[in-house]
Design a protein around this ligand. Structure first.
Ligand code: SF4
Length: 187
């Protein structure tokens, strides 16, 4: 089949390119598959799930000498088939970002200055406050019924939590007698 400028434009230009290629017996499928196979591998490949929302898109992480050198959509993942939204596509920058906070920062109630805490200090402070609040608000019985709960503590999850983390957090909270358990993701 001979393609003239006129016949190309008559086919709808760019929008009709796919149909035109198809009419010529050509298509993007084999080219796309070849491109995926021909992609140079620069490091060890592993897969992960995007942590940003409950859609759970699959991503490929490339690691060389213990460092992440690239993250992209996983074409074999059944949910996203390689595509990512802007947040998922920027996941690499979560790891490599000089503006990322790497230390715990704490501002005292009523204070205006941030101070740095170690993980041990922060965990100890949280545990002490949880214990104090739980003890102060614990309700063992009401109207002759054993209820064993505290309504003085609430737990709010986020879309960045995966199923296993949600399971462990809800177990830990229920073990403490926390009844206000919520999650922001609505999918
Ligand atoms: S944030 Fe975007 S890439 Fe990540 S799981 Fe959600 S939709 Fe997928």
């Amino acid at each position: 089949m001979e393609i003239s400028r006129r016949s190309f434009l008559a086919s709808g230009g760019a929008a009709g390119t796919s149909a035109l290629l198809s009419s010529l017996g050509l298509g993007f499928g084999p080219s796309a598959a070849f491109a995926a196979e021909a992609r140079p591998q620069r490091g060890k490949i592993t897969t992960t799930i995007c942590p940003f929302c409950g859609v759970g898109c699959g991503e490929i992480v490339e690691v060389r000498e213990g460092k992440i050198i690239g993250i992209e959509g996983d074409p074999d993942h059944p949910i996203n088939e390689g595509s990512l939204c802007s947040k998922g596509a920027a996941l690499y920058q979560v790891h490599h970002n000089e503006r990322r906070l790497r230390k715990i920062r704490y501002r005292k109630p009523g204070g205006s200055a941030w101070e740095e805490l170690s993980w041990d200090q922060a965990m100890k402070m949280i545990a002490e406050r949880v214990k104090k609040t739980r003890d102060a608000t614990w309700v063992g019985q009401r109207d002759g019924l054993t209820i064993n709960h505290t309504s003085g503590i609430a737990c709010l999850g986020g879309a960045a939590l995966d199923s296993e983390e949600c399971y462990l957090i809800s177990k830990a909270m229920r073990g403490l007698g926390v009844i206000w358990l919520e999650h922001q993701a609505r999918i």
